[in-house]
Design a protein around this ligand. Structure first.
Ligand SMILES: O=C(O)CCC(=O)N[C@@H](CCC(=O)O)C(=O)O
Ligand SMILES: [Zn+2]
Length: 336
């Protein structure tokens, strides 16, 4: 048994490695703490789902950590019943314990092998990213289940759309309506379709294991104790239904907005500047021709009739994404 809840245990043992320990719940579910912040539930007779839920890849994004911790506590004390296989990951314990987004480098740019290039500059985060990759691989490859991965985050800026998801690039495979319905009926009613490979955790699970995987933004970054988890109740209910194998709401959603990612603006030099207000919210639209960013002699302007900004951040490291722009989804996108 855990001597305390998983989040407290993870924060207290951040930066340590521990030996695996397992125990069995009264319904026969085997629980294994594989390492700090890495916990699996293996029901005696699992349903078809193999589910990965992760939070804390960015340490200061606390609402998803509290949400996930509540689910784990419910599963351990018997208030919830695990009927599918489940792997829970607290991504970056060191950053979580310090209350910072990253300690040395952005862990959500280290997956699909990206960690190798960070081994000399951000070794703790790079090693942890490799450990997370191995944990996900070991979990998914135990059988050919229906694979899901929701990597839970919160955004730095205010947003005109409070909750939204990034659907990783599927290399031409159709986007899944059932997944959009799962998210939208959980209050995550805006989805951005990505059109390029990345080094995010959700892309890793999608690309490497064919999982239905998403980065899910659940509001704004706030310190522990300042999150209103009731705003996330519909999403929590969808996750519970998935874990308990009891029919998540996949009906046609009342509200769902789908965008294509139009531009991925990369910061190339220290001269990179954003040309809109520091407090401009995510999804603020700008008309064609607007100068969004400059980078030395390079200028990044709105190309479509209108594009909306998402995740603008001039403080990222050189070579990293400093802003996305999105446009309403094109008629050419394949859905199934
Ligand atoms: O608010 C911000 O600027 C960043 C919020 C965040 O951490 N977003 C993820 C999105 C990952 C993806 O594109 O799938 C990130 O930047 O890692
Ligand atoms: Zn994040």
């Amino acid at each position: 048994m855990l001597e305390m809840d998983l989040l407290s245990h993870t924060l207290r043992h951040a930066g340590e490695r521990i030996s695996p320990k397992s125990w069995t719940l009264s319904d026969g579910t085997r629980v294994t703490l594989h390492d700090v912040g890495i916990l699996s539930f293996e029901p005696a007779k699992p349903g078809p789902g193999d589910i990965v839920l992760s939070a804390g890849v960015h340490g200061n994004e606390t609402a998803p950590q509290e949400l996930l911790n509540g689910l784990v506590t419910g599963l351990i004390n018997g208030a919830l019943r695990c009927q599918n296989r489940l792997l829970v990951l607290f991504g970056n314990p060191l950053a979580m314990a310090e209350g910072v987004r990253e300690v040395e480098a952005n862990m959500n740019r280290m997956f699909s092998g990206g960690h190798r290039q960070y081994l000399s500059t951000a070794s703790a985060e790079a090693e942890r990213a490799a450990l997370l990759e191995n944990s996900v691989e070991a979990f998914f490859t135990q059988r050919q289940g229906s694979r899901y991965h929701y990597d839970l985050h919160t955004a730095i800026r205010a947003s005109k759309r409070e909750r939204f998801a990034i659907y990783p690039f599927r290399h031409g495979k159709p986007w899944r309506r059932a997944q959009l319905a799962f998210l939208a009926n959980g209050g995550v009613d805006t989805v951005l379709l990505s059109h390029d490979p990345t080094h995010t955790l959700s892309y890793f699970s999608s690309d490497r294991f064919g999982a239905d995987a998403f980065t899910v933004e659940l509001g704004k970054v706030r310190p522990f104790g300042q999150n209103d988890l009731e705003r996330l109740a519909p999403f929590r209910d969808q996750l519970i239904a998935l874990i308990e194998d009891s029919s998540p709401n996949l009906s046609e959603p009342e509200t769902l907005t789908v965008f294509d990612v139009a531009q991925v603006i990369i910061k190339e030099t220290e001269d990179f500047r954003l040309h809109f207000a520091d407090d401009a919210a995510n999804f603020t639209p700008y008309p064609r021709g607007t100068l969004l960013a400059s980078d030395g002699v390079a200028a990044h302007r709105v190309k479509a009739e209108e594009e909306a900004i998402v995740f603008p951040n001039a403080k990222v490291a050189n070579g990293q994404r400093a802003c996305l722009t999105v446009v309403p989804v094109g008629a050419d996108q394949p859905f199934e």
